[in-house]
Design a protein around this ligand. Sequence first.
Ligand code: ACM
Ligand code: ZN
Length: 789
Amino acid sequence: MTHFHTLKKNVTLRLSIITIFSLLFLLSACKDDNTIKEANYSIVPLPRKIVLHAESEPFILNKSTKVYYVEHDNESHQLASFLSAYIKESVGIELQLTSKDESKNIIKFKVDSTLNLNPDYYKLSVTANNIIIHGASASGVFYGIQTLRKSLPIDKTNKVSLSAVEIEDYPQFSHRGALLDVSRHFYSADFIKKYIDVLALFNMNVFHWHLTDDQGWRIEIKKYPNLTKIGSQRSETAIDRHSEEYDNTPYGGFYTQDEIKEVIEYARQRYITVIPEIDIPGHTLAVLTSYPELGCTGGPYQVGRGWGIFEDVLCAGNDSVFTFLDDVFTEVADLFPAKYIHIGGDECLKNRWMACLKCQARIKDLGIRETKEHSTGEQLQSYFIHRVEEIINKKGKSIIGWDEILEGGIAPNATIMSWRGTEGGTYAANKGHDVIMTPESHVYLDYYQSSNVDSEPYTFGWLTNLEKVYSFDPIPAELPKDKRKHILGGQVNVWVEYIPTSKSVEYMLLPRMAALAETLWSYPQEKNYNDFVERMYRQSLLLDKLGYANNKQAYGVQAKYDYDTVKSEIKIILSTFDNAPIYYTLDGTEPTEKSLKYSQPIVIAKSTGLKAVVVREGKQSEMYSKEFSFNKATVKPIELKNQPDNKYTFNSPITLVDGEKGYKNTYRTGSWLGFLGTDMIATIKLGEQVSISSVKLNQFINSRGGLLFARSITIEVSDDGKTFSQVHHKTLPILNEHIKPQVFDVEASFDTIKTNYIRVTLEAINKLPSWHEKAGAKAYIMVDEIVVE
Ligand code: ACM
Ligand code: ZN
């Protein structure tokens, strides 16, 4: 009995084990079924028209799905291979290619040039049976493939559900570009391909390769071997800007013509045109070092070790310069299939030409005379560019030049790349020239991405956040309708003085390049920044997966500040693009989900350290942090007699008493005010009979950059805000040309006094002294945080 019982129990046990195993097996099978992940068509750039058919069955992508290609059609096979690789990258499913046209569970492409005049047009139809991409050309198909790719989930799965949809899409602009400078720093050909890959991901179609500059010539030219043997190497590299300090480490590199051909082919397969830039007649120290006879003085020259611009440029009076350029452009034109060659033309100083006998003889021969509009130097530059344009046109190519080539008269067939704002581009378009808009103000990516600068690598300065790039419209409002066709598009530019590694290039490029990609793809009325950030957040997960460094500031805490000078309070308004919860601390500790949860603006009236994070799907965003330091002047009513310069106005005048001390890395991001050629005279209403005995403030000095120390400081007090009496005056030391960029404290102490108002005057050295290369021009004083105790 007992035995039987035991046996039965054992059988039951064994059965139970089998049942559990089967259940587990079934469960895991079910789990597989349940891991169906949804595609999401909310991508960047947002397709123009998305019509979801919610009532229809979705397409289920699984490992039996096939990608169709047309037999013996290389391009078709290439496109199918791309898609298959992208799908494997995102979800881990490896799809087979087939040239057999099946009716079910297949992805197909078709090119039909009658679909649309825009070659980049595509239509993407998803039904339960298949996915079909129709392109007006192969590039259209390629963008349809990118759309499909960006819609996929990015976790490993064996089934993806794609809702039935009709997507119709095409870009607004035909030139959707990104420049990479490879002279100031150099990156391998493999990295250039990685750069091209991410351009393709966001439907960009031009890679502008800035191959030559003062600090290094980076393209092999067979006829002139010194260009790479000598010109691609520099003895050392500047540490920082205007510091006059160098790293004592030789630096160099160049691309062989074979590598260049490989990159061009790689780009071509991704529907990206590579436009080479050979920058002339300025930015040519590397040429002159290689072939000194091409300069006005004959040298000796040295490949640039520091940043900025140099006086030595190609001689405009020497015909062998044009022979040299003809030869160089012959090789360049043979290598690059693009219609355009970019010839630079920017920032060419004219000093050497003015002092050169050959250049002066040329001016005389040409009968150039100074006019009201154009100096002789500008007209000589115009002659130079015209002559180079002829050389390049003869090779069947057209030139693009930076907007400086407008000075002295525009070359007849030139396309203008407008970088010093959009005015040059507007002028050129009005004259019937094609234009690419790339204004420094919105699309130079060597600037900071947020005002939280310490969370980012050191940059050239200025602040170009994602929202600013996104807000850019390449078509100037003032351009007449019939001239708009001349605006071919826009471009982000990555200049790399302060970007020594390819990882930093990625970080500076992303996600801002994607913001421009959408700006160039969509019409302004279709754009919505918050919606873009939400989509970009999803796409950032793909960037992470693909191994691209990318800035995530836009997905973290966004902060705005209201300054109430009546109550002397700062109201801090925090937000996120998606209303995910924000947690913060005000005591300097790291915020967690146990910290204060943000629900309404935070009001502060004393020294405070704010730290805040967003928590999304259990993960913390990057931390936002800011220190506020209060003193007797903080958030008090302040007036300025002279206004700061436009470039350094920021949040004037409150910037001087906003509780935030400016420091070196923030002198171009909003923490300082800059007064150009005028004194800084600030009157602050402290309140009723406030007892004070000192004023401290900071100045940012950079002699070579033209940011000088004030000559004197004066402190005055007043009870009525009208009649002031002086309590302190001091002359400040004269600082010479060797002061590298740094912050100086200025302090004024006096006997304790009670007052209602205080007036602080910094007397400026309004003109740059004789030792400065721009002697006589206006000088800046950069000032921040007036601290009254
Ligand atoms: C430029 O930034 N010098 C074109
Ligand atoms: Zn000369």
